[in-house]
Write a protein that binds this ligand. Structure first.
Ligand code: SIN
Ligand code: MN
Length: 281
């Protein structure tokens, strides 16, 4: 899949691109079928909502689940990002966010590159965020919201929010958000399972809680240009990866055929990946 000049211009202007139904229902099913067993595991990669046992985020499934390992190498997702950065990529972060029916909590307004810069010492915003919907996303189940054009402002001042939800985040204050929205408005791409969004690391985004009876499971991946790899290993390795090996794509049918993939964390998370390190190795 190659982005057109018009798509590249749109990405530059708005900070995101939306691809409804990019993956077929058969392809999505291979992924959704694997989620309950992943969420049932008691391992540090499963961060649960602060109100109970529902999984908010599962980290690094591409290292211990074959379907997600194949998704991490999917050319429909990887090739357009290689095109934008004109470079090979590695996986900086891999999440399956639950946002479960009734239990899914908010994600406050933030930019991802703020965290990558402050915590991980990533040199530039040369990493792309990807959202792949495993459930339909509608106006009721907590769709991701963007402020179009906000990526042009670079890294905005943020405060470290460790109390609102079960996952700490560098969030942007409400006064700044009001100003940004007055200028750019808010959009919330909605669509069937199998849809994909690419969005800039500096694009300001958030999502509300899910009070609907419908889960909103989505995969969020962050792919970084290899030369732009992180320089600090302050966060655990399962949250901010330390393996900068370039991603080699599988064929386009890789969700439907069982191509061989390495699953190095299948037996458990390596001890050295469980904590932050003082220095990069
Ligand atoms: C994120 O910003 O990483 C996740 C947002 C969401 O799941 O809605
Ligand atoms: Mn984010």
């Amino acid at each position: 899949m190659k982005l057109s000049e018009a798509q590249l211009a749109q990405f530059d202007r708005d900070g995101y691109l939306f691809f409804p139904s990019l993956f077929s229902p058969e392809e999505v099913k291979v992924l959704t079928d694997a989620v309950p067993a992943l969420y049932a595991q008691r391992r540090p990669e499963n961060v649960r909502e602060k109100t109970g046992d529902a999984v908010r985020t599962n980290f690094a499934a591409h290292l211990y689940s074959a379907p997600f390992a194949r998704l991490a190498r999917h050319p429909r997702m990887v090739k357009p990002i290689e095109q934008v950065f004109d470079e090979k990529l590695y996986m900086h972060q891999f999440k399956i966010n639950g946002k479960m029916a009734f239990d899914g909590d908010v994600w406050q307004w933030h930019q991802d590159y703020g965290t990558w810069k402050n915590d991980d010492a990533m040199p530039e915003a040369r990493a792309m965020n990807v959202a792949i919907f495993l459930d339909e996303v509608n106006e009721f189940n907590g769709p991701l919201m963007f402020i179009p054009g906000s990526h042009k402002l670079g890294v905005l001042e943020a405060g470290h929010d460790t109390t609102t939800t079960s996952y700490p985040l560098w969030t942007i204050n409400h006064e700044t958000i009001a100003k940004l929205v007055a200028r750019g408005g808010i959009v919330a791409p909605k669509g069937p399972a199998g849809s994909m969004i690419l969005f800039h690391g500096c694009l300001v985004h958030a999502s509300t809680s899910n009070l609907s009876p419908w889960n909103r499971v989505s995969v969020y991946l962050s792919l970084c240009a290899v030369s732009n790899h992180i320089r600090r290993f302050k966060r655990p390795g399962y949250i901010a990866h330390r393996d900068f090996t370039p991603i080699e794509c599988l064929p386009d049918d890789c969700l439907l055929k069982e191509y061989d993939v390495a699953l190095p964390w299948k037996g458990g998370t390596p001890a050295e990946e469980l904590q932050g390190l003082k220095e990069a190795a």
